[in-house]
Design a protein around this ligand. Sequence first.
Ligand code: CTP
Length: 208
Amino acid sequence: MKDCILVGVAGGSGSGKTTVANNLVKTFRAEDAVLVEQDAYYRELVNMSFEERATVNFDHPDSIEFELLKEHLISLKNKRAIDRPIYDFTTHSRKEGVIKINPSKIVIVEGILIFAVPEIRELFDMKIFVDTDADEMILRRIERDMNERGRSFASIKNQYLTTVKPMFLEFCESSKRYADIIIPRGGENKIAIDMVVSTLKRYLNQEK
Ligand code: CTP
């Protein structure tokens, strides 16, 4: 029986991955489940002005430090704590400091590209893809980026058409084929989440 179950939650930007992942984590005792966000691993962009950083393609796998994410997931699997970076979307850069994440029986990882990169994908014991209609995803993204990430509508529209949409089609949506479970409509799909929770609880109970 596995000591640690690694669960990947992928899906497009605004699909509701965070809600699904949080709903899974909060079902378990704090010491039994932790969340690791791919977004925390955006690369540090050195020697670039804010304006230059804002034009980076943040939806391509090269923008993420997947080497570090891989190292961290392997550490958690081997029951070693990690120091997760902290990312600031308003400045497009890492904040000072780290967040310590302790090893846990269930490690949930969420991000748009975690199934698109073979070295990360192959680490998961269970792969979930959150499948939400494109119009709902973009509406959520507009609201979130304006309220929480300090963006204007014009910048959201430009970024969506130039990078977010084409990269979603090339890397994210095409990685759906690797999923074990596809959850339609996102975070509020209670039946789907309950089914995943039951399976994970079975793993935990069998371990005793
Ligand atoms: N991104 C950005 N600026 C940065 C870094 C990332 O605009 N400096 C955007 C990328 O364009 C990418 C998105 O952040 O599309 C990834 O975050 P997203 O998946 O939207 O956030 P979550 O809250 O994890 O997703 P969900 O809405 O599905 O819960």
